[in-house]
Write a protein that binds this ligand. Structure first.
Ligand code: NDP
Ligand code: 8X3
Length: 257
């Protein structure tokens, strides 16, 4: 296992769920962290806690990945040494709604595509050039099982994650001949704030998604991120599909009752 001591990791969407769990595990492994999310107070609190607990450096950013100008201005003007990002975890993302396509809310579609596709692209475009210049780096994209196959009502969210899959594949091809690695992790059901956001704050509906089964946790996914970024430099974990034992595919889930 390659040490992460002194490595700089940027995690988008670090204020919750998978992103916050990645922050915990990567800090424990000794990495210095840039924690980005719109909810600045959450990443500030997490950054302070991790810095104290693991004796690492942290830098926090209140950043909306959909805001192209803000992404450019922030990520292209990071203070030294934060401008030398070794690992980018493109995790910020969301789903909105579970409506049939012909009944869908177009504002929800815009938000998903702006965040999951365009936001990921803006951040990648800002960070990867310095990786290529320094001949060192690793991009980890959090895709989804939803990017492999659509499920009823998933339509635009699934399309956004299919785009993450295509972008990961394309980036890998464009970076061939450089040592910069690209990994895509495609989780199934992970219990985070994801469903609460999908259902616009409807807790009862969100809870039902994980009822009577054992979902993955943010830590389960963070563990795979940690594994991917600590392989020797000649090894690239290209992609990983991970589901709970209770989930066979995007549509078949076993519930205990
Ligand atoms: P959470 O809702 O718990 O976390 C989502 C994170 O994304 C939050 O930190 C949120 O921060 C951030 N985020 C959302 N929009 C933006 C934005 N415009 N700019 C910056 N940050 C943003 O959900 P998860 O942890 O589950 O989701 C993380 C990723 O994992 C997403 O890409 C999701 O699609 C993917 N995923 C989730 C699965 C699941 O079942 N939970 C399964 C497969 C993939 P803030 O609101 O503070 O900006
Ligand atoms: C999140 C997993 O199956 O709810 O990407 O779309 S799923």
């Amino acid at each position: 296992m390659v040490s992460l001591k002194g490595k700089i990791v940027l995690i988008t969407g670090a204020s919750s769920g998978i992103g916050a769990a990645c922050a915990q595990l990567l800090a424990q492994a000794g990495a210095d962290l840039i924690l980005a999310a719109r909810r600045l107070e959450r990443v500030q609190e997490l950054g302070t806690q991790l810095a104290q607990q693991y004796h690492i450096q942290t830098h926090v950013l209140g950043l909306d990945v959909c805001d192209r100008q803000a992404v450019d201005a922030t990520l292209n003007h990071l203070p030294d040494p934060w401008n030398r990002i070794d690992i980018l975890v493109n995790n910020a993302g969301l789903s909105r709604g579970l409506s049939k396509l012909h009944e869908g809310n177009i504002d929800d579609w815009e938000e998903m595509l702006d965040t999951n596709v365009k936001g990921l692209l803006y951040v990648t475009r800002a960070v990867v050039p310095q990786m290529v210049e320094r001949q060192s780096g690793h991009v980890v994209n959090i895709g989804s099982i939803a990017g492999r196959v659509a499920y009823p009502g998933g339509n635009v969210y699934c399309a956004s994650k299919a785009a993450v899959r295509a972008i990961s594949d394309g980036l890998k091809q464009d970076l061939i001949g450089t040592p910069v690695r690209v990994t895509e992790i495609e989780p199934g059901l992970v219990e985070t704030e994801f469903s609460l956001v999908r259902f616009h704050g409807d807790c009862d509906r969100a809870e039902k998604v994980y009822q009577d089964l054992t979902p993955l946790t943010g830590e389960d996914i963070a563990d795979l991120v940690l594994f991917s970024v600590t392989r020797p430099p000649h090894v690239n974990i290209s992609e990983m599909l991970v589901v709970p034992v209770d989930q066979a595919n995007a549509t078949l889930v076993h519930r205990r009752r």
